[in-house]
Unconditional design. Sequence first.
Length: 145
Amino acid sequence: MRDTENPSIPPFDPAAAGWEPYKDEGFIGLVGPFWMRPVEGGYRYAFMAEHKHHNRRGVVQGGMLMTFADRSMGMTCWYANGQQPQATIQLDMHFIDAVQVGEFVEANCAVVRRTRSVIFMNADLVVGQRIVATAKGVWKTLGSK
């Protein structure tokens, strides 16, 4: 996390902290980079809020947080579901606190329930210990690989 009050403090370096870039040449490649690192049973995802993510008020655009939540929960779901094709069928977001440019946002994702055809997910988006948004979603399993 960057200290915006003291610009002499260098910005947080995800790579130095053990995060790896999440490679994606599609839409995520345009709004990213996103970061990932292994955790028990899967990966944890994050992004560094950059100038390109800000809205007219100068804080991170809600759509960026929604995009990040969708991809983070979707990837967590994908690993939990044996890497089967899937699609988001519902995503609900609650914005709790503004994210400032320079902050490092992490997604704490969890599978809530699995059926044969859908997976229910929850996520907290956090900056350090501060919850900035919560999300709930449902993913539809589309079939075999």
